[in-house]
Design a protein around this ligand. Sequence first.
Ligand code: PLP
Length: 434
Amino acid sequence: MTIAPTRHILGTPIDDAVFEQLESEVRIYCRKFPAVLHRAQGAEVFAEDGRSFIDFFCGAGTLNFGHNHPFIKSRLVEYLAGDGLMHGLDMYTVAKRVFLQTFAEVVLQPRGLDYKIQFCGPTGTDSVEAALKLARKATDRRGMIAFTGAFHGMSRGSLAVTGSRRARRAGSATQQDVTFIPYEDGPLGGFDSIGLIERLLADTSSGADLPAAVIVEPMQMEGGVYPASVGWLRELRAVTEKYGVLLIADEIQVGCGRTGDFFAFEHAGIVPDIVTVSKSISGFGLPLSLALFRRQLDVWEPGEHTGTFRGNQLAFVAATAACQLWQQPSFQAQVATTTGLLDQFRVDLVSETGVRTRGRGAAVGIDLGRTDGPERAARVQQFAFDNGLIVELSGRQDEVVKLLPPLNIEPDLLQIGLGLLRDALRLPSPAPSR
Ligand code: PLP
């Protein structure tokens, strides 16, 4: 095997030949962010060549508590040093017991949520698969209602309720009894989704059988950062309840504090029947994926939906520490500071540049679709990266710059990152080529 010569990006040598030669073409983020990362702390990531980056991407919402939070890390180190059990299938373990107790005390009980907890395979799509399967089994119905712009994961069942044609094509997703309804808002404008759902469910000749469930992201992130309004979520809950259809809230990207509340559906005061949680639940980037559901829906037979990696003990230890951190007043104060600064940034940006922004809490989208579109968004991302900021794009055509900084980012670092974005948004458009 011949190893390709070292590449240079902006004059910096990048030792990435082995990735290019051996890693599948499917890799994606490394193409947008060409650096070989090595260490990380808080909101900062360091490459082996000495460059450092402020992280406004946070593993697509996996690192709400930042990188290597010292409190969570200390619990993990303690557990490893004590030869804590590392794998136990779904056997009872001390780490799992402590997590269940803590999660119930910190998250479920204060919100009056009487949910059972299912540990799914390691990643987000595994909890979506479990949620869809459980909804079908519990209702003895096949159909699902999903929304345009939705993203629920890349395995087959999740793809069937995902909107993106590009994602669906590669997975040869079938409709699998899914009816897509336009989301409350999107690039084509607002839509009376609830009215259409009501019509479909009320009319016994609508051509749509009563579905098992409606699956919704309380705030669509991959679709372009569209937060659903309180009224819309309440009406969705009401119409699903009226027709005995289950409501699945996908909290995988916007849960675990991202919007300022622990769950993004909370501010609407609704209680979904099933909730999917993953990404930031371990608070440390360790894989863990949960389906939460009303006690009465727990119709599983033992072992009916199983898998090897459904009990990541280290993730339990980290998730317990993350719950403890979440309830600390000092942490809550940091979240309030971050969301306050982001709110102000949005107000200033709109008055300075006229671009549209959307978001809630520490999840913000800067929509460049109406101005210069995806090319401008790509230029913003590139400028940001070249100047030490990692920021991802979302939306149908990657026209939205998506900000997901750590909830507890130091205000100074947040301001530096936001300043870089302002500079990037002021970049002149390149002259049209002849
Ligand atoms: N659901 C939502 C809302 C997501 O944002 C994602 C991933 O970004 C998933 C499901 C799938 O999670 P995973 O990529 O961990 O399978």
